[in-house]
Write a protein that binds this ligand. Structure first.
Ligand SMILES: C[S@@+](CC[C@H](N)C(=O)[O-])C[C@H]1O[C@@H](n2cnc3c(N)ncnc32)[C@H](O)[C@@H]1O
Length: 236
């Protein structure tokens, strides 16, 4: 664990990588089924909280997932949290075009940022929680997210996942490798695998669903799973 990137190293890498997270049609190309996942998360959030007023986007990047929601909620207040200032600036530029609500930026770590409890109708965490490290980190953040949600509010995750069975994990990882080769060749696969190894500590889908139950979520739903990627969520 200690050989993994620090928070500062993660921030510095994302500071240099804004454009890769700014394509609303494709999403991030290293993520399998990225456009479908964005669509499913959007539909699930809109259906669960059709009168949403307040959104929190954790690790918002350039704001893709928030942008997908805005045609449904043109007055949404959006609180955007990210380590990276260039990401937040890009998100602000894009999101303010799509809402007449307030857009607040928090350049902070989700583990330590102070936000109001019981406020948010929708919380999104896409391609970010895999940066959490040990069990304490994961549990603390899931508890925090639950406390920030308004009663009846929903939390949606879309992320890289591992598999607890090592043999299954190997199968899925090989499949993911083939996907990356199809996108950008073997060198692209090697590059993505390298930064996952240095930077990421993903958990399995079952680990995260169990943790959601443990901290109090109800009506947990798996929206999609393909290989090493899953989209899922629950209601407070
Ligand atoms: C892979 S990008 C995903 C961006 C966006 N959610 C999307 O799906 O397009 C991950 C983002 O999370 C941010 N991030 C990573 N760890 C974080 C943390 N502990 N707290 C807040 N943001 C974090 C990074 O700076 C980066 O912008």
């Amino acid at each position: 664990m200690s050989s993994k990137s620090t928070v500062d190293e993660i921030r510095e890498r994302f500071d240099r990588d804004v454009e890769r997270f700014s394509n609303l049609e494709t999403g991030q190309e290293s993520i399998m089924d990225a456009p479908l996942s964005m669509e499913l998360i959007t539909q699930a959030a809109v259906t669960t909280n059709p009168k949403a007023k307040n959104l929190l986007d954790i690790g918002c990047g350039a704001g893709n997932h928030t942008l997908k929601l805005l045609p449904h909620f043109p007055m949404l207040n959006c609180d955007m949290v990210d380590l990276s200032r260039p990401m937040l600036n890009k998100a602000f530029e894009r999101v303010t075009w799509g809402t007449t609500g307030e857009v607040n930026l928090f350049q902070e770590d989700i583990r330590t940022v102070e936000l109001p409890e019981n406020r948010y109708d929708i919380i999104l965490a896409t391609a970010v929680l895999h940066h959490l490290r040990d069990d304490q980190d994961w549990e603390k953040v899931f508890k925090k997210i639950f406390s920030l949600l308004a009663p009846g509010g929903s939390f949606w995750i879309s992320d890289l996942v591992v598999h607890d069975d090592p043999n299954l994990h190997k199968i899925m990882w090989n499949r993911y490798g083939r996907h990356l080769i199809a996108v950008g060749g073997e060198s692209y696969r090697d590059k993505v695998f390298k930064y996952i190894e240095v930077e990421d500590t993903p958990r399995s889908l079952s680990y995260q669903v169990n943790l959601m139950e443990k901290v109090g979520f109800k009506k947990i739903e798996i929206l999609h799973k393909n290989c090493c990627f899953a989209s899922f969520g629950g209601v407070k």
